[in-house]
Design a binder for this molecule. Sequence first.
Ligand SMILES: [Zn+2]
Length: 194
Amino acid sequence: MVVAACSGPATTVQCAMNPLKYLLAYPADLQAQVRRIMEAKGLAAFLRDKYPVAHGIRSDRALFQYVSGLKGEYLRNAEPVDKVLFDSKIHAVKHALGLHTAHSRVQGSRLKASHEIRIASVFKDSPPEFLRMIAVHELAHLKERQHDKAFYKLCSHMDPEYHQLEFDVRLYLTHLDLSGERLWAGDGSRNTTE
Ligand SMILES: [Zn+2]
């Protein structure tokens, strides 16, 4: 659990998912697979075919309800999440996709922890699967601070497709990095360009 005294700096877990470095961590055969996709139909067509529809979560309030629902399902006993929001600055400034911040303050005789989750606004216009992946990732930081085995085990417990989805999210980031073209409109329609 990540807690810091309220007088000191809050503890922030920054999820380093830099699209530039991103596929380098994967084995060579997976990278070859990505190159084959890029040469064949291209990343945009591949991703649109696999994930045809955007989710309809348009506000921070709806996002909070969504993340709270996931937490209630899988992490009922973890400390509560006080705030959840889309943040347009995360990606550009911190080279991260999500942030989980925890701080503690004294309330009466007790130490009360509070948690805040910020999700990069690129996920506001994305398929429901991608939003779920980042929500699961940030929620897992309620229990596991590091990106270690226990952390990914918890992510996979919350979403059995977690690893595939993280890979596909990275494909999308690679696509965005190369072309800048967003593939989903984010209002439930198919996408922005078709
Ligand atoms: Zn993380």
